[in-house]
Design a protein around this ligand. Structure first.
Ligand code: AMP
Ligand code: ZN
Length: 469
């Protein structure tokens, strides 16, 4: 399997350190508001990667952090006259609700920054002891000039970065690129005791401390949106490698932006739709298909037309799935050799996904499968039960379990409904016969008994239909 590594800027063979274990860290949300559909692109794509690695037999330890102490949370708490904790807890809960609605599998761990303050303090102390950090009156900074490889992820040298970067101006810093590891408390802000006095951690140290705690000093995959390459991930490397003296991450993966009119969707630009608003209009499956149809590295423009066409795509797959389930439930024809090569579609799916998670190709394989299976069913009146089961299983393995673009709600209940529907039809035929014979007493008895079961009959000119209540 090949993965594009932002660090080497090329596709590399994927070799986790301790297979079948894969350690995977994804930079999660800052919980100060509902997340937008741009954030959702990164969350959903990382979920698809994790599911595909599991499909391949890896045991994925997937960690997604929640940044629950941050300037934006503090600002919101002041505006809304709440505590920072109230704000972050409220939006953490909304985050969990929204990712569940997006059919994102819960991470193995969802560590929160405020629950790891002691690990962060320990790491900052270590960096200070090793000469990588300095304290200026209760503010502790990372000394970038001491980490010789600074810039190795973003591919820039320190001088270029100083000129090009928009960095916080702070007169206490020795170098404009130095970044805060510990911020001295300000009036009304949440704070914790530390060797440098009361304060709170900087954003970058949160991810280093949490990934090391939950996944070890070297992790296999670290992912996040493109906006995090610099400075966030560059700083994570500097802190972690300076503290541990080990490669921090083997494979760096970055998601392209979801744009609106070719501009990055973001809260600060105000050009965003929240994921929950979009979920009110489109199903999770349609949204996921919309994301999967573009390769994760490149940009993707948000568009209603594309989402509508994804919704149609999902319907096509669901229609086939429903037919397969119904035909399987009503079929007793034993196995026989048939001329439909499932292996080919499994192989094509894997070839696509093994090539740096090429979801657009993987989706194309599923649509080819849907087209070919529909054709096969039309052309062959009698097919064994095994065909319908194998075809359903293919869709479950790929479209349901890996991409999450098909809902597996046509399970047992619906199969039972299909069988029940047949039984009700039989009863309706008997009832119609009874009415012809003027045996209204028995005909009414059937109507009443069905009514008790929640099945309502409607007599019309063309016969009787039924509705479940
Ligand atoms: P935040 O809550 O801003 O820290 O972002 C959470 C995650 O969403 C991070 O991995 C970001 O890189 C990612 N992200 C933010 N904006 C976008 C966007 N427009 N498109 C794709 N990913 C994004
Ligand atoms: Zn992070």
């Amino acid at each position: 399997m090949q993965i594009y590594n932002t660090y080497s800027k090329r596709k590399e063979e994927f070799q986790p350190q301790n297979p079948p274990l894969v350690t995977f860290y994804m930079c999660g949300p800052t919980v100060y508001d509902y997340f937008h559909i741009g954030n959702a692109r990164s969350f959903v794509m990382s979920d698809i990667f994790r599911r595909y690695l599991e499909y391949k037999g890896y045991q994925v330890k997937f960690v997604m952090n929640l940044t629950d102490v941050d300037d934006r949370i503090i600002k919101k708490s002041i505006n809304e006259n709440k505590t920072a904790k109230e704000v972050s807890e409220f939006y953490s809960d909304r985050f969990f609700e929204d990712i569940a609605k997006l059919n994102i599998k819960p991470a193995t761990e969802f560590p929160k920054a405020t629950q790891h303050i002691s690990e962060m303090i320990e790491m900052i102390s270590d960096l200070e002891k090793k000469g990588f950090a300095y304290n200026v009156e209760g503010n502790v900074f990372f000394n970038v000039s001491k980490f010789k490889e600074y810039g190795k992820l973003s591919g820039k040298n320190i001088d270029e970065l100083i000129v090009g970067a928009r960095i916080e101006v702070n007169e206490s810093k020795k170098n404009p690129l130095d970044f805060a590891l510990w911020k001295k408390v300000k009036e009304g802000e949440p704070s914790w005791e530390s060797p440098w006095g009361k304060g709170r951690p900087g954003w970058h140290i949160e991810c280093s401390a949490m990934s090391i705690k939950h996944l070890g000093e070297t992790i296999d995959i670290h992912a996040g949106g493109n906006d995090l390459i610099f400075p966030h991930h560059e700083n994570e490397i500097a802190q972690s490698e300076a503290a541990c003296d080990k490669t921090f991450v083997k494979y760096w993966l970055h998601f392209g932006f979801l744009n609106i009119q070719s501009e990055k969707m973001s809260k600060s630009l105000g050009n965003f739709f929240t994921a929950r608003d979009v979920l009110n209009k489109y199903s999770a499956e349609s949204i996921r298909l919309f994301f999967a149809q573009t390769h994760y590295v490149g940009p993707l423009n948000f568009s209603d037309e594309l989402l509508q066409s994804s919704a149609k795509g999902v319907e096509k797959i669901s229609n086939l799935y429903e037919i397969l389930q119904q035909k399987s439930a009503l079929n007793n024809i034993e196995s026989q050799t048939i001329d439909f090569n499932f292996t080919k579609y499994y192989e094509r799916f894997s070839i696509a996904m093994d090539d740096d998670f090429s979801t657009p190709q993987a989706v194309a394989v599923i649509f080819d499968f849907v087209r070919d299976a529909n054709k096969f069913i039309t052309e062959n009146e009698i097919l064994p039960k095994s065909f319908y089961n194998d075809a359903s299983e293919y869709l479950v393995n790929t479209a349901v379990n890996v991409l999450g673009i098909l809902k597996d709600d046509f399970s047992k209940n619906k199969i039972e409904d299909v069988i029940d529907d047949k039984l009700i039809d039989i009863l309706l035929n008997i009832r119609s016969q009874l009415k012809n014979e003027k045996n209204f007493e028995l005909a009414d008895m059937i109507r009443n008994e069905l009514q008790i079961l929640g099945i309502e009959l409607k007599d019309g000119k063309d016969g009787t239909t039924f509705k479940r209540k």
